[in-house]
Design a protein around this ligand. Structure first.
Ligand SMILES: Nc1ncnc2c1ncn2[C@@H]1O[C@H](COP(=O)(O)OP(=O)(O)O)[C@@H](O)[C@H]1O
Ligand SMILES: [Mg+2]
Length: 215
C-alpha cells in the first residue's frame, strides 16, 4: 500500500501530540517509528488505521483520502497492548481458523511455523503469556493478506528467539510488496529491517530519513 502523510497534526482535547508530519511510503517499504514513550507513536498509528479521525487532505492510502477509503480490511494491525479477556474457552487453533478458512494450505502452515505457534496450538488462549498472545495477533493479521501491516511494539514481552523468527517473517512479507510500519524501541530490529525511520519527540518535532542517508 502507498501512504502519503501531509502536514498531519493531531490533538486530543487538551493536548497536541502530532504537529505537521510529512512522509510517504511506496509498496513494500518498511518504516520504523521510534521515539520515547508519550511521543505520539501509537497516536500516529491510530490515525493511519482510521481509529482516530483526521481532517481531509492529511492522509492518503493508495492515493485515496483516508476519509473516503473503504478498504480498511487491507490493513493488518497488531495493537501495542493485547487485551484478550475471553470468558469462554477458545484455543489458538480456533482463533486462527476463524481468521482463515483455507486452514490446510502451505501459507497457513508457514505463518504458524514462522511464529512458532505449534507448541501451544491446541491450548486455551487464556493460558498464554503476553508474548505468545502477541504472536497470535501477528499471525491473525498476516493470514488476512494485508497490503499494509502495522505492528505497535510487537516485541515487548517476546524473547530473543522469537524476535529472530519475527524478523525472518517480516523480511519475507517485505519481499511480497507488503508495506510495513513497525513501532519499536529495539534498535537491532530497526537496523535490520528499515528502509525509513520516523523519529518522534515530545517537543512535537520529528525526523524522517532513509536508512543509510541520515546526517
Ligand atoms: N486517548 C487519549 N486521550 C488523551 N491523551 C492521550 C490519549 N492517548 C494518548 N494520549 C497522550 O498523547 C501522548 C502520546 O501518546 P501515545 O501516542 O500513546 O505515545 P507513544 O505511543 O509514543 O508512547 C501522551 O502524552 C499520551 O498521554
Ligand atoms: Mg505507544
Amino acid at each position: 500500500m502507498r501512504i502519503l502523510v501531509k502536514n498531519l497534526s493531531f490533538a486530543y482535547t487538551q493536548k497536541f501530540v502530532l504537529n505537521k508530519i510529512n512522509f510517504s511510503l511506496a509498496n513494500g517499504d518498511f518504516l520504523s517509528v521510534v521515539g520515547k514513550n508519550g511521543s505520539g507513536k501509537s497516536t500516529l498509528i491510530k490515525c493511519l488505521i482510521g481509529l482516530l479521525k483526521v481532517g481531509r487532505d492529511q492522509i492518503y492510502l493508495d492515493d485515496i483520502d483516508i476519509n473516503d477509503y473503504k478498504k480498511m480490511f487491507k490493513i493488518g494491525y497488531v495493537p501495542q497492548k493485547v487485551d484478550f479477556n475471553y470468558e469462554f474457552p477458545i484455543t489458538v487453533k480456533e482463533v486462527l481458523s476463524a481468521a482463515y478458512r483455507k486452514r490446510r494450505d502451505s501459507f497457513y502452515a508457514s505463518v504458524i511455523n514462522s511464529l512458532d505457534l505449534n507448541r501451544f496450538y491446541y491450548d486455551n488462549i487464556n493460558t498464554l503469556s503476553g508474548g505468545q498472545l502477541q504472536r497470535i495477533f501477528i499471525a491473525r493479521a498476516l493470514l488476512n493478506h494485508p497490503k499494509l501491516l502495522i505492528l505497535d511494539e510487537p516485541t515487548s514481552g517476546v524473547d530473543q528467539t522469537n524476535i529472530e523468527s519475527l524478523i525472518v517473517t517480516l523480511r519475507q512479507l517485505k519481499e511480497h510488496d507488503i508495506t510495513i510500519i513497525l513501532v519499536t524501541h529495539d534498535e537491532a530490529l530497526v537496523n535490520k529491517l528499515s528502509d525509513y525511520v520516523l523519529e518522534l519527540d515530545e517537543t512535537l518535532d520529528y525526523t524522517f530519513y532513509k536508512v543509510g542517508e541520515q546526517v
